[in-house]
Design a protein around this ligand. Structure first.
Ligand code: RAM
Length: 508
């Protein structure tokens, strides 16, 4: 495999690893999950009983514990027998199912047909041969609800005499600034966003603590951007930048994601927009810290990302022959949007080059060529960007605005009408919506940006989430990029950017 490892950089990343902060939490109540047409995904968790340990479990019994908030951590518990009735003369089997949201608890793993590995479903079964005993699960789980079901058939009761979770995160929520506003909806959105950021901050900035539990650079860019003003975890940001620079894929392109604990750390495939975002990570690091040394050290790696993409641009058609991510919108023609990403990141590279006194000729030439190519997809009549296949998507408009190729008034006019375009190719992820908000913001449409956050993330809050989910479509609550809504992640880093936008928009 063509993975290029730079041991020195990986060593630096390792040295920046810090112990996680731990807290012990207990379930607050038990719940029942009922069908309710008016609830998100038609399921509602309703309070059942206040908990008093020990909880007796006979064969076939099940109980759903509610921890009252989203948590990430390790479960442990004590089991005992009821010696007065009968000791445990055969093994007890317990099935554990963890859920960030009710559907995850009710969906049957046997019927799972999703495109991602079933192993991500958060459940397992264990045997306990003798009691009393102490039990624990070594896998870290991300959840609010925990169902424990007794699956053996022995005729004796057992007692669950304690149950707790040791939560982990690199940061503490109490260190986040409080948002200054009287608007309850914005407060709630902000709290969900900083909670999401906190839950995803582990040994690396994970995309989601339930899944995929790894460092993706598209997510890192947004996490770091938000984190500078919230937890200021510069050590972790730097560690993650080193990890990306330390294990690159084919052609020295930055990998889309890193498995920090599974050498050789990266797979060979790439998303070219994600590779280019390495430049943005460095750029934002400098802008937020004023520290030039990291930029000096890693500038060549950033520069290489431009070269790798430049080698694949057809200078006649404007087509970049590499795969970008852009968004989870089916059948999206990404060719115009990726040109926008290219220009957006190259302008940052140019600024970093100027700062270091580098020769910027190639960067400037690339920006000029790509800008002309992008503008060739602008239709003066409609005032919209199209793609080589003639597709009109929201994504093309957003990235064209962010590339800065339009005059200010043109960009503001385009931005103001993005949501009115009649097209099936709409933004699907809060990740892409972040860039829409950025486009509104840079075009001076700040009230529109705030309204959009309040409306979209407000609906997420109304649906009952504790954190910000990976994907949320108010028109289709079962939407899933993996054809299985139960595998969706309900606490996902790339959705946390109101933590960045709200202080900024309300502070101005
Ligand atoms: C998913 C993850 C991750 C994202 C990639 C592109 O697997 O949700 O957050 O960056 O897709």
């Amino acid at each position: 495999m063509a993975v290029i490892i730079n041991e020195a950089l990986l060593k630096k990343a390792e040295e920046l690893k810090r112990p996680l902060k731990k807290h012990i939490v207990y379930p607050e109540k038990t719940v029942k999950i009922i069908n309710d047409k008016n609830a998100f995904q038609e399921l509602r968790a309703i309070a059942d009983k206040k908990i008093s340990f020990p909880v007796t479990l006979s064969a076939g019994d099940e109980i759903i514990f509610d921890f009252n908030d989203h948590i990430v951590g390790y479960v442990s518990f004590s089991l005992d027998n009821d010696g007065l009735v009968k000791i445990t003369d055969s093994p007890v089997k317990l099935q554990f199912s963890f859920g960030e949201f009710p559907l995850e608890i009710t969906a049957s793993p046997e019927e799972y047909k999703g495109g991602l590995g079933k192993g991500w479903l958060q459940n397992e079964e264990r045997s306990y041969v003798f009691t009393p005993c102490e039990g624990s699960l070594e896998r870290r789980y991300s959840f609010r609800y925990l169902r424990i079901k007794r699956t053996d058939n022995a005729a004796f009761p057992i007692k669950l005499s304690s149950l707790k979770v040791c939560t982990v995160s690199a940061v503490d929520i109490k260190d986040a600034p409080v948002l200054k506003t009287d608007d309850e909806i914005l407060k709630k959105i902000y709290d969900m966003s900083i909670k999401t950021l906190k839950e995803c901050e582990q040994d690396v900035f994970e995309d989601g603590p339930k899944r995929d539990r790894r460092l993706w650079i598209g997510d890192l860019k947004l996490q770091a951007m938000s984190d500078y003003g919230i937890f200021g975890n510069l050590t972790l940001i730097k560690r993650c930048i080193y990890l990306f620079a330390g294990a690159t894929g084919k052609h020295k392109m930055i990998a889309p994601c890193i498995f920090p604990d599974s050498p050789p750390f990266v797979d060979e495939w790439t998303f070219c927009d994600y590779s280019l975002f390495f430049i943005s990570c460095l750029y934002d690091f400098y802008k937020n810290t004023g520290d030039i040394s990291l930029i000096e050290e890693l500038f060549d790696t950033a520069y290489r990302q431009m070269e790798a993409v430049s080698e694949k641009i057809d200078k006649n058609t404007g087509i970049i022959n590499l795969h970008p991510f852009i968004d989870w919108c089916p059948d999206l023609d990404k060719k115009t949007a990726i040109l926008g990403v290219y220009i957006y990141t190259l302008k940052q590279l140019k600024e970093l080059g100027e700062l270091l006194g580098k020769d910027n000729k190639k960067t400037e030439a690339e920006i000029n060529t790509a800008s002309k190519l992008l503008l060739s997809f602008y239709d003066e009549k409609t005032g919209l960007f199209t793609t080589p296949s003639g597709q009109i998507s929201e994504h093309s408009q957003v990235w064209a605005v962010l590339s800065g190729v339009l005059r200010d008034e043109q960009a503001a006019t385009l931005c103001a009408k993005i949501k009115d375009i009649k097209t099936p190719f709409t933004m699907r992820t809060p990740y892409m919506m972040h860039y829409y908000i950025e486009a509104l913001y840079t075009s001076g449409l700040k009230n529109e940006a705030l309204e959009f956050i309040k409306n979209y993330w407000g609906k997420i809050a109304d649906a009952g989430f504790d954190c910000c989910p990976e994907i949320f479509n108010p028109e289709n609550e079962f939407e899933s990029p993996y054809n299985a809504p139960e595998i969706n992640s309900a606490c996902h880093a790339w959705s946390c950017t109101p933590a960045y936008w709200l202080p900024k928009l309300l502070g101005e």
